[in-house]
Write a protein that binds this ligand. Structure first.
Ligand code: IPD
Length: 262
């Protein structure tokens, strides 16, 4: 698909950051056995990727604002537009040498995400969408799955770790949804969970406690692929709230009914 100049900047930047991270990912394997472990190395790689992305995007569009996972927010001269960036979604996977992580870049205009790019360098899969232009993975058009029945559907989620809040609610969600569906997956990168819903690999996804940078690019990709994405609490602000639910259209209502019972 021929995208806008902004989308091209986003994809070029995601690929550049992805290449740098892929190189670092090769090192992580060696560091597993060192006494210090790969922790500091990965956090440096994460910050370096954000710096690279920020530099590329700010050079291309100097007036836009910037919100990234790793640094303080920058207000742009143009208050209507900002980049929302997760340089490395799936940090824990990366740290453990698991090849499932991504670079996520979104563009927000007047409070709405208008373009999103999620790039998985280990599989060379570039998921992207622009409002009104459909959703794509590399050269292929994306469409959410066509499943209608909950019992045939698989869902992704995130499980709260290291003492994070929301564990009781998540366990209750699982107790209700597991008997009613074909399975639940926890792959550890929310941006890719959303991309996979758009690609019809999952039928839906829900998670609590996410941040704007985990979600933003996925919002437009899921919507452009024909999916529904909403805050878990109807009426909340999707990006600010961080508790979300999404699915293909036929299954959304029955899925949301089960999850929103909490
Ligand atoms: C994390 C991943 C994970 C989700 C966590 C996020 P990060 O993002 O998306 O799947 O369960 O809630 O924080 O920290 O790797 O960018």
């Amino acid at each position: 698909m021929a995208g806008s100049a902004n989308l091209n900047v986003m994809m070029k930047t995601a690929r550049k950051a992805g290449r740098a991270l892929l190189k670092d990912f090769g090192e992580v394997e060696n560091l597993q056995v060192s006494t210090k472990g790969p922790g500091d190395f990965v956090s440096r790689a994460d910050k370096a990727a954000e710096a690279l992305i920020k530099e590329e995007l700010m050079r291309a569009r100097p007036t836009y604002g910037f919100l990234g996972e790793e640094g303080a927010e920058i207000d742009g001269d143009d208050p209507t537009r900002r980049w929302i960036v997760d340089p490395l979604d799936g940090t824990t996977n990366f740290l453990h040498g698991l090849p499932h992580w991504a670079v996520s870049i979104a563009l927000e205009h007047k409070g709405q995400v208008v373009a999103g790019v999620i790039y998985d360098p280990t599989k060379d899969e570039m998921f992207y969408a622009e409002k009104g232009g459909g959703a794509w993975m590399n050269e292929s058009r994306l469409r959410v799955s066509g499943r209608h029945r909950l019992i045939e559907s698989i869902f992704a989620t995130g499980l709260p770790f290291a003492g994070r809040a929301d564990l009781p609610e998540t366990l209750q969600d699982l107790a209700r949804i597991l008997p009613a569906c074909a399975g639940v997956r926890r792959f550890g990168a929310a941006a890719l969970d959303l991309a996979y819903v758009a690609a019809g690999r999952y039928d839906g996804f829900w998670e609590r406690g996410l941040h704007a940078w985990d979600i933003a690019a996925g919002v437009v990709i899921v919507r452009e692929a024909g999916g529904i994405i909403e805050p878990l609490q109807p009426g909340a602000d999707l990006l600010a709230d961080g508790h979300l639910i999404c699915a293909n259209e036929p299954v959304f209502e029955s899925f949301a009914k089960v999850i929103r019972k909490a």
